[in-house]
Design a protein around this ligand. Structure first.
Ligand code: UGA
Length: 430
């Protein structure tokens, strides 16, 4: 099938590559000339493992194209996916301005029957409004079918998740859209759930909200484990082996960040509140998440005393490993709190470069973890980049002023580090 994606963010770029790999002819459109010329040259403008290689292969095989020409893009494709951003407004509500712009653009150049599919995460009812937004700028009277097809891929694992989904959800009031999209995904061997567009929108929000709640749940249990001197890792393992619970998203730590969980929980809470049906569990999950960095800073203070003039090394800036995305990263809320306590902060991240405003606040970035740890009183692990597990920790111990490690991702081997003379503290007892 010939497919168009509007919006070349990480979802649009990954899904256009994945559908090209599944044998379709795919074009990626974006208004950003710079992004498109970089993609045309086979260069990904963000860090995502494996994606660039696969993208280049599909470009070479003439299965994947990129353009900034809206007329050619829309006239030439009957199936159009919208993968633009839906950031949060200050009220918590999702900002639909880019969805509306994409819809108006489709309307302007639409000259034949189209299936328009929203893949971005959008509030309940958005897909039902899409037809009106497209038609408002259109003079064409041929049919328009709309659908919601939420995406569940994770940054850092994007291509793998896109090619191996647990399920595909297609919501539409149009039988033609349901039939065509089911056929489009037939190369993906997983259950396909067909439903209404509103249920599809809710499935996406409820899934992200549930996963966020699972993380906050285990983080609260970890706080109790700290009190009772119980290892949270053993608790997570013992719970996760129950197939009704499952091991995923039971990793206690500094909490969730990123461009999805914080934004999507806010939007769902906003919708619930404004529907007269507040979601109490999710409200608490959000509160636990917001207080988790401060909880950890307090633990650090209990061990090292006042942080004023202490030198801290922060390892990891991205919101999770294998990405350079720092949106809502807990590393930055942790750094903010360290600065508030008047600590000196030195950072390292394998891919993220600190922006000027952090440098202006006196935060220093080093190209290696060793250099960042030199003369420090303590290290705080904020992102579980696997390379931190492979460092020469004996060397780091000798470089530091005082050997304390606060592992905000419970990723390091506590027994080994203690044998080297470190004071080690994770979240949830040790
Ligand atoms: C999340 C969902 O997992 C995807 O299914 C969804 O498609 C995506 O949002 C989206 O809506 O676009 P993502 O934000 O890329 O994906 O990353 P996750 O792997 O879910 O991690 C989110 C945060 O939770 C990270 O900060 C991570 O460190 C944290 N986390 C994750 C934990 O603290 N503990 C865990 O056990 C798992």
């Amino acid at each position: 099938m010939k497919i168009l994606f509007i919006g070349m963010g990480y979802v649009g770029t990954t899904m256009s590559t994945a559908l090209a790999m599944a044998g379709h002819l795919v074009t990626g459109f974006d208004v950003d000339e710079e992004k498109i010329s970089s993609l045309k040259e086979g260069k990904l403008y963000f860090h995502e493992p494996e994606l660039q290689e696969m993208m280049v292969e599909r470009i070479r095989n003439k299965q994947l194209f990129f353009t900034t020409d809206p007329q050619k893009a829309i006239e030439g494709h009957d199936i159009i996916f919208i993968t633009v951003g839906t950031p949060s407004l200050s009220s918590g509500k999702a900002d639909l301005r880019y969805i509306k712009k994409a819809a108006e653009m489709i309307g302007r150049y639409k000259a034949s029957e189209k299936i328009v599919v929203i893949k971005s995460t959008v509030p309940i009812g958005t897909t039902r409004n899409l037809e009106q937004w497209v038609q408002s700028s259109s003079v064409d009277s041929s049919l328009l079918h709309t659908a919601m097809n939420p995406e569940f891929l994770r940054e850092g694992n994007a291509l793998h998740d896109a090619l191996n989904p647990d399920r595909i959800v297609i919501g539409s009031e149009s039988s033609k859209a349901l039939h065509t999209l089911t056929k489009l995904y037939q190369a993906f061997h997983c259950p396909i759930v067909t439903t209404s567009s509103q249920a599809a929108e809710m499935i996406k929000y409820a899934s992200n909200a549930f996963l966020a709640t699972k993380i906050s749940f285990i983080n609260e249990i970890a706080r109790l484990c700290d009190q009772k001197k119980i290892e949270i890792q053993d608790v997570s393992k013992g719970m996760g082996l129950d197939h009704r619970i499952g091991p995923a998203f039971l990793q206690a730590g500094l909490g969730y960040g990123g461009s999805c969980f914080p934004k999507d929980t806010k939007e769902l809470l906003w919708t619930a509140e404004n529907s007269g049906c507040p979601l109490h569990i999710l409200q608490e999950a959000e509160k636990v998440n917001q207080s988790q960095p401060q909880y950890f800073i307090d633990k650090i203070k209990q061990k090292v005393g006042p942080l004023e003039k202490k030198k801290a090394a922060v390892f990891g800036l991205s919101f999770k490993p294998h990405t350079d995305d720092t949106r809502e990263s807990v590393s930055f809320s942790t750094i903010e709190k360290l600065l508030l306590e008047k600590a000196q902060v030195q950072v390292h991240d394998p891919v993220v470069k600190l922006t000027k405003n952090w440098l202006d606040q006196g935060v220093e970035q080093f190209p290696s973890a060793y250099a960042a740890a030199k003369d420090c009183d303590f290290i705080v692990i904020c992102t579980d980049w696997p390379e931190y597990g492979e460092l020469d920790w004996g060397k780091i111990h000798s470089l530091m002023k005082d050997g304390s490690i606060f592992d905000g991702r419970n990723m390091l081997d506590a027994v080994y580090l203690k044998s080297l003379g470190f004071h080690y503290q994770g979240i949830g007892y040790e």
